[in-house]
Design a protein around this ligand. Sequence first.
Ligand code: IPM
Ligand code: MG
Length: 352
Amino acid sequence: MKANIVLLPGDGIGPEVVCEAVRVLDFVASKYNHTFKFTERLMGGCSIDKYGSSLTDETLADCQSADAVLLGAVGGPKWDDLAAKDRPERGLLALRKGLGVFANLRPVKVHPALMEWSPLKPEKLQGVDILVVRELTGGLYFGWPKGRDIKDGRERAVDTLEYYDYEIRRVVELAFKLAKGRKKKVTSVDKANVLESSRLWRQIATKVGAENKDVELDHMLVDTASMRLITDPAWMDVIVTENMFGDILTDEASVLAGSMGMLPSASLGESGLGLFEPIHGSAPDIAGKGIANPTGTILSSAMLLRHSLKLETEAAAIERAVDETITAGARTADIGGKLTTRQMADEIINRT
Ligand code: IPM
Ligand code: MG
């Protein structure tokens, strides 16, 4: 197969980890006879520096016409000015919206050999295999009105938590569909005791549940869910939730895996085009040192093969290679080892 993949390495450690994922994809292409064409573009802080905008129209258009987009990370202290007109994160949000990727899949599995790196007791981590499906193009991140003004002589800031029925339905339906290939259990997380948007969310989730009786549905308040994730993570299968709750819960869930550097994500919409990125950030403290863990990005490239290119065998081969690499004891610094980013990727490529 032939595929066009846009690379957005971004800021901080982004370029280092994306470069290794591309080596893995190149290896897969030659082993399985595919042709992957890579086009690299700037997005985030690096794009502000060069073009004065975190995401240019041209870059968005290139991403929209690609088969898939692989992203590293954006942001860093250089662009952290709270009063700045543009921020690296704005580019990321505009990209998600512009690609229509309304569902963000964040799988959290715990490799037995990495349990000691999690702050949780190993017995709590047995059998943990969670898929968080986070709504990605609605809610507080995008609701209108948003902004600052002066009201009654006081400075005021406003964000709006807004959801339309169709935005809730499509992401909840996807969660149910994904649950059917797993343990057939969906936990819908909301704050229905307080928020109107959560009451609509719960009503629609209940309807979708009634249409999919082969899947068990639970509703859970977000505060309870945050506790349950730590006290009994093995109980969870698929979690579906709105944008902001999903942002917070996935950082919490990531510590179960021992290191954020291990975890991938896929953002999907109605079309096959997806956006794939590790869940870690730009890690400015270690950027340029060549020691970042490339595993999350390499696993994101496996999700890219599965979801956008429909290459399940190739995706599974990368995931198996990562598994074996960790079992064999290969480790970057975040999980207690000394391997460089390049060496860790080589270990994975050798087993793919
Ligand atoms: C994430 C990040 C982003 C988000 C930031 C960088 C805008 O935290 O992908 O989880 O909040 O969605
Ligand atoms: Mg986040």
